[in-house]
Ligand binder design. Structure first.
Ligand SMILES: Nc1ncnc2c1ncn2[C@@H]1O[C@H](COP(=O)(O)OP(=O)(O)OP(=O)(O)O)[C@@H](O)[C@H]1O
Ligand SMILES: [Mg+2]
Length: 271
């Protein structure tokens, strides 16, 4: 996979040096049928290590289902999901649980636990996945909440938060264990432009600070291109384009151009 000399436009920082070795995540000919519909139809894809990868595509294209395969929440009928060369779709429950410790995940809509406070939501992965003591957990959670500007909200419940606050808490929860790979399912959809940019800025700064591998589903086109090194375009359960952002933006594929421009006319007819 080729790499780009890439500078983040909004924050002016260069991408971290390209690490040696294999892609962080590799999907090989993945197929999945749900409710009689082939949702993933032979997806083959490399997610580069220590890069921000955006996944774009129309609603129902299979983006969330694909992301859930990457963390083993859904198993494919066919194909492989390789994390550092290990096929996680073949692991036992116990092995999968261990493999998931390396991941953080922000689900579509935030998916906070309604009956837990902000503090308890962010502490949850540390209690589940680590042996940390209470004092250490407290310190880590408060540091992460400070990073997203929400220390004051630690005692609140999710229904007392605005949409933007929910995403920030979900972000703090996704990165609280210092995972190697963070998967974000639409971290900014439905937020006002300033909060959206503040979340993307937070993701970008966290990347530069920790060098995580980040995969982010987004409908924020074209803004998302400023914030991602690689772009994957999914349509009808197939990868129609994948590569460095600058190359995908210049793609001659008419479908890719239609989705980038949001054209009503083109190869995709919705009505
Ligand atoms: N658990 C499930 N059971 C049955 N069908 C499902 C399930 N999850 C997803 N699907 C179906 O798979 C298809 C792809 O869904 P997916 O959630 O991946 O879309 P998406 O690309 O993330 O769309 P959006 O941008 O609207 O979030 C849809 O037709 C959806 O109805
Ligand atoms: Mg989705």
């Amino acid at each position: 996979m080729s790499d780009t000399s890439w500078v983040c436009e909004p924050c002016g920082l260069e991408a971290l040096p390209a690490p040696e070795g294999k892609p962080a995540i590799r999907l090989v000919d993945v197929e999945k049928t749900l409710d009689g519909k082939k949702v993933l139809d032979g997806v083959t894809l490399d997610i580069p290590r220590q890069r921000i990868t955006a996944i774009i595509g129309l609603s129902g294209a299979g983006k969330s289902v694909m992301l859930k395969h990457m963390i083993g929440l859904i198993r494919p009928e066919r194909g492989q999901v390789l994390i550092d060369g290990v096929d996680i779709s073949r692991l036992s429950r116990g092995e999968l649980y261990k493999a998931r410790r390396r991941f953080g995940m922000l689900f579509q809509g935030g998916a906070l636990f309604d009956s837990l406070t902000v503090f308890e939501n962010v502490a949850f992965p540390l209690q589940e996945k680590t042996e940390m003591g209470e004092g250490e957990i407290r310190k880590r959670v408060l540091a992460r909440l400070a990073q997203v500007g929400l220390e004051e909200a630690q005692g609140k419940f999710p229904d007392e938060l605005s949409g933007g606050m929910v995403r920030r808490v979900a972000f703090a929860r996704a990165m609280v264990t210092d995972p190697e790979i963070i998967l974000f399912d639409e971290p900014t959809t439905g937020l006002d432009p300033i909060i959206r940019n503040s979340i993307l800025n937070l993701i970008c700064h966290t990347y530069h600070q920790h060098g995580f591998t980040m995969v982010m589903i987004s409908h924020d086109i074209p803004e998302i291109f400023q914030w991602s090194h690689y772009v994957v375009v999914l349509h009808d359960g197939k990868v129609v384009e994948a590569g460095p952002t600058a190359e995908v933006v210049r793609s001659v594929n008419p479908f890719v151009q239609q989705i980038i421009r949001g054209d009503i006319t083109g190869p995709v007819h919705l009505m």
